[in-house]
Design a binder for this molecule. Structure first.
Ligand code: NAD
Length: 980
């Protein structure tokens, strides 16, 4: 990427020479943060010596500002530090042996707060701009410059975004006239609803808001950097900044900067693009080059999502990329004014050496460092005439906590320059060694497994990638043409052939627009069920004996076909069921996962096993299929749920009838066709759309259908269980029912919960797919000590949510499924007798079936809102006096499907794991979104009577275990085990 030739030998010699010179100057200087005479220094030193204490300390620092009462501070301190107490010096008098309610505990809590806040002050320049000015001036007096950042909690509502915007504008005013004004802005603070999937809308809103900051900055001669955050936000950030800076008002304005992160694999490409853009713009900008602050998060989240890891996995690779991009920036220093932000001596000296070879003046670039970190390095370069700018954050302890923890981690990280350079006395040679890339680090190694041998969840589409968004948009466009009356006619299928003599047809309308028909569906009559059973009986006899590997092959092929049709299926789910983009894609991904997971499990399940340990007898244990399975599915996971139930029945050797919900027949029909295309024998599967009351009931009662696999409401599920218990004429077996039913799921928010995380987690759990997931949260129990603060944030967050067309990727909630649902949910809201907090609607209320996100607060625990499953975007919150009371009330319901807890008290998390009795419990995350193989899904109590879907026991429900015992002893002779 470098366009000028450098003399590498000379360059390296100069780096080593200058590096050693600087190193001599900083060697032996103490970092004030680590001064062992000060209390904070002691803490940091213990943290480095004892990794368990380090984790405990940083986790405690993270939770402390959120704790409002002293007893809770002491309880949390005890929970974190007692396990490491034996190893700690007596100096750490943090009330570990005190009664949390005692007076002495109060004093201890106050001391703890003082001590941690002095740690915070090391890195935060002031609580408010006014408070910070004195310290900022001091920095300038030392010959350095500053760029000021505002710390804050994650922005969860539009009210919070407005406050942020005002704070940035106020910051400009407060600094104006006091010092040269230079601020750093985070776009995530300016728009709470910004998201990669809603790219265009996010960019439009952010431009409007950033424009205000740019305009004011330009008027007062201030400089504005836009910080770079995690990878999902990079494209939005670049688009916002670049397009704004091309507007007439700003095109000639040079006081704007952006940030590149060297730890990202993509950054070289971004740097090239920025250069082309700046050349077109004709006015320079500044580029701050950092290593990157979210390495762990980027790595962990990518791995959890099965996405390629976007950051270099080895530290020297980031260092090497840093050098490559440094050269690039310096080669274009006239238009990309570089600012090298690092505390790594080698990286900084490298920049100087390159600049010298390019004969650039000291004004052509600058260094940036963090306030409170690596002070000796700063003076070394100030002395050499380099401009050094301190990144100085403003904010209080509460809002600055995430920042503080990041700094603490960085100061004590094993691989960091600060630790190895200042504290562990590594040699100059090691610290100045030339960093290299490692060709084996592709970020994809862990993804390269064979899905048939090793199960890995298929990754969700990454909607920060433009082509993924385009794919769905195009597919939606094609489906929309069906409005012109060009919609398909979907027919039932028996023995591989369409059934043409349907007694009646129904139209499948999109819930997002009344009268928008996507297709018509032929419904079967009783005679079709009889025909299907006759065919399937014949098919079953062969399919049961088919090699399980061949049956599994059908599932693997179906998974591949679903993957190929992914965009088309996502679009169909969006329109037929009103599922927003991300959720519709997750539905498709789960279907693929089910096929691969069950396919792989079946290969193991059908291995016959000899249970007898002795010679002379063989006890063969094996499984065989049960017979004909009737699959009765709901509409809310229109692809994943029927696919999971169908594929499990099929791969275990059963013949299968699929009867989907009336509201999602088009999706189910595509699924059925995919199985036929994947090689399912025509006489092994039948697709029988029809009304539940008629054909559904007939399937349940049919004497020759052995297994009923149902997912849906409790009322229907219990009806099926009752009916199945009746032995009918001609029936040769007792029917088995696998029924997954309703939920009324609760989340408990504890007093030490991370409120950013809790608000976001609750919003997603309650309002993702408009609350129409069986796992959705509709009951919320909030600890009284944080109740008001939490509910205030949740309320403004709910008010910010937008319900509208699911096909519009910027909406937070789509429509509800049909008119009945609309009537039922609106009726419950109206009759609640309480004032509701409501979100917004972006679509015309009359156009489709729209209900805004709805929250009721201070609800009585016995209120009917907390009893019935509403299956809509309605959440009721209850105040509780203690965590235990929250768990008790959460348990006090007939259902037991999912549950959630937000807490940072380790003891409370353990308590919940034991006592919060639900099928799937989620700690510190949303309570929806179970993944096949990772969170096998299914509840108990009145929520279900099956083994968990997507789990190791699921397939066993579809088979009969058999034993064949053979006496192998003949005439005193038996084959010995070792003979075989
Ligand atoms: P539903 O019970 O109304 O319908 C489910 C299926 O049953 C449909 O195919 C319907 O046609 C059929 N049906 C209706 N009456 C029948 C009868 N008498 N005999 C036989 N079949 C009959 O449910 P729904 O509205 O489609 O789905 C929403 C419900 O499903 C909610 O209660 C939700 O909690 C539950 N659900 C549970 C899970 C889970 O895993 N536990 C997953 C998704 C949905």
């Amino acid at each position: 990427m470098v366009r000028v030739q450098l003399d590498e030998t000379l360059l390296e010699d100069r780096i080593q020479e200058l590096g050693r010179e600087c190193f001599e100057e900083i060697r032996g200087q103490k970092l004030s943060l680590m001064d062992p005479k000060a209390y904070t220094g002691k803490l940091m030193n213990w943290a480095m010596e004892d990794p368990d204490f380090r984790v405990a300390l940083f986790r405690f620092v993270d939770v402390l500002p959120g704790l409002t009462d002293s007893a809770s501070v002491i309880r949390h301190a005890q929970a974190y530090f007692k396990p490491v107490a034996g190893r700690l010096p007596g100096l750490l008098q943090w009330g570990l042996d005190l009664d949390p309610e005692s007076l002495r505990a109060k004093a201890a809590a106050a001391l703890i707060r003082r001590q941690i806040s002095s740690l915070g002050q090391q890195f935060i320049v002031g609580g408010t701009p006014a408070e910070a000015i004195r310290r900022l001036k001091k920095i300038h007096a030392k010959g350095m410059c500053t760029t000021v950042d505002l710390l804050g909690e994650a922005c969860v509502s539009e009210l919070e975004s407005e406050v942020y915007l005002d704070r940035y504008l106020e910051l400009l005013e407060a600094l104006d006239g006091e010092l040269p004004v230079n601020i750093s802005v985070k776009l995530s603070a300016l728009y709470s609803r910004s998201k990669p999937v809603g790219f265009d809308e996010s960019v439009a809103v952010l431009k409007k808001r950033l424009r205000k900051i740019y305009s004011r900055a330009k008027e007062i001669g201030a400089f504005v950097y836009v910080d770079m955050e995690d990878t999902t936000k990079i494209d939005i950030t670049l688009e916002v900044v670049q397009s704004l800076l091309m507007e007439d008002e700003f095109r000639g304005w040079a006081d704007a900067g952006i940030v590149l992160q060297a730890y990202l694999r993509r950054t070289k490409v971004d740097a090239e693009r920025i250069l082309s853009w700046v050349e077109a713009r004709g006015t320079p900008i500044s580029v701050r080059l950092v290593k990157g602050a979210y390495w762990d998060t980027e790595t962990i989240l990518a791995r959890l999502a099965s996405w390629p890891i976007p950051v270099w996995q080895k530290k020297p690779e980031s260092d090497r990329t840093y050098e490559d991009i440094s050269r690039f920036l310096l080669s274009h220093a006239d238009v990309l004014r570089p600012a090298f932000a690092s505390h790594n001596l080698r990286s900084l000296v490298h920049s100087i050496a390159v600049a010298e070879q390019l004969e650039l003046s000291l004004e052509a670039y600058e260094f940036q460092t963090l306030y409170g970190m690596a002070d000796p390095i700063k003076s070394v370069f100030v002395k050499r005439g380099v401009t050094v700018r301190e990144y100085a954050p403003i904010g209080d302890m509460l809002t600055g906590m995430a920042y503080l923890v990041r700094r603490l981690l960085e100061n004590t990280a094993n691989e960091g320059f600060i630790r190895s350079g200042f504290l562990e006395g590594e040699s100059a040679e090691q610290l100045l060694a030339k960093p290299e890339l490692d060709s084996s680090d592709t970020g994809r190694e862990y993804l390269e497994v064979n899905p048939k041998e090793e199960f890995l969840n298929v990754p969700l589409l990454d909607f920060s990638i433009g082509s993924n968004r385009d794919g769905i948009r195009e597919a939606l466009g094609q489906l929309r043409q069906r409005r012109e009356g060009d919609f398909p006619r979907i027919l039932p299928f028996i023995n591989g052939k369409p059934v043409k003599d349907c007694p009646h047809f129904i139209a499948s309308d999109s819930p997002e627009e009344t009268g928008f028909t996507l297709g018509t569906v032929g419904m079967v009559g009783p005679e079709h069920l009889e025909q299907a059973v006759e065919v399937l009986k014949g098919g079953f006899a062969k399919w049961r004996e088919t090699n399980p590997a061949l049956r599994a092959r059908v599932l693997f092929k179906a998974a591949d076909l679903i993957e190929v049709s992914r965009s088309e299926l996502v679009a169909l789910i969006i329109l037929e069921c009103g599922k927003p983009w991300i959720e519709a894609d997750a539905d498709v991904a789960e279907a693929i996962d089910f096929c691969r997971y069950y396919g792989k499990n079946a290969l193991d399940l059908f291995k016959s096993e000899n249970l007898c340990a002795y010679d002379g007898e063989e006890d063969h244990h094996f499984y065989e299929a049960r017979g004909i399975c009737g699959i009765i599915s709901p509409w809310n996971f229109p692809l994943a749920i029927p696919c999971g139930m169908f594929s499990a029945a099929l791969v275990t050797g059963n013949a299968v009838i699929l009867k989907p919900a009336e509201q999602s027949t088009l999706v189910a029909s595509r699924l059925f066709q995919i199985f036929l295309e994947a090689g399912m024998p025509a006489d092994v599967g039948a697709f029988l759309p029809g009304e539940g009351e008629t054909i559904g009931r007939s399937i349940v009662q049919h004497p020759e259908i052995d297994t009923l696999v149902f997912t849906g409401s409790k009322a229907v599920g219990m009806d099926i269980i009752r009916e199945a218990a009746v032995l009918r004429k001609g029936q040769t077996h007792v029917k088995r029912v696998i029924a997954e039913m309703g939920g009324k799921n609760a989340i408990v928010v504890d007093d030490g919960a991370d409120l950013d995380q809790a608000v976001k987690g609750v919003l997603y759990s309650a309002f993702g797919y408009a609350g129409q997931k069986c796992s959705a949260c509709s009951r919320l129990y909030v600890h009284t000590s944080i109740h008001d603060r939490f509910i205030e944030r949740l309320t403004t967050a709910v008010q910010s949510l937008v319900a509208g067309r699911a096909s519009d990727p910027s909406v937070d909630l789509g429509p509800v499924i049909d008119d009945d649902a609309m009537k039922r949910i609106n009726g419950a809201i109206a009759s609640a007798g309480l004032e509701a907090v409501m979100g917004r609607l972006s679509a015309d209320r009359e156009a489709g079936r729209y209900i805004p996100a709805t929250l009721f607060v201070e609800v009585d625990p016995d209120h009917k809102l907390l009893q019935e499953e509403l299956f809509g975007p309605v959440l009721a919150a209850v105040r509780v006096d203690s965590f235990e009371e929250g768990i008790r009330l959460a348990n006090a319901h007939e259902y037991g499907l999912t549950g959630g807890v937000f807490s940072r008290h380790p003891g409370h998390l353990q308590y919940a794991a034991r006592h919060f009795r639900v099928g799937n419990l989620y700690l510190n995350r949303s309570c929806t979104g179970a993944l096949v193989g990772r969170q096998p899904f299914g509840g108990f109590k009145h929520s279900g009577v099956g083994s968990k879907a997507g789990g190791p026991d699921y397939l066993k429900q579809f088979v009969l275990p058999r034993i064949v015992c053979e006496n192998t002893l003949r005439q005193g002779f038996a084959p010995m085990e070792h003979d075989s």
